[in-house]
Design a protein around this ligand. Sequence first.
Ligand SMILES: [Zn+2]
Length: 61
Amino acid sequence: MTRSEKTGFKGNKSFLPSKVCLACGREMTWRKSWSKNWDSIKFCSDACRLKKSAVTNLGVK
Ligand SMILES: [Zn+2]
């Protein structure tokens, strides 16, 4: 268990932006790798993005 590592970020994490994944509904916290395109981030992972796009594609085309 590495639970202590997570709680170590508690003070730092509160100001980070977060949003909800459109596919699974889980809250995702800002990541450095998303800093350039945070506004366009809608999914927590590639798996969710593919899952959702597979659904929306039915309606789009
Ligand atoms: Zn997700």
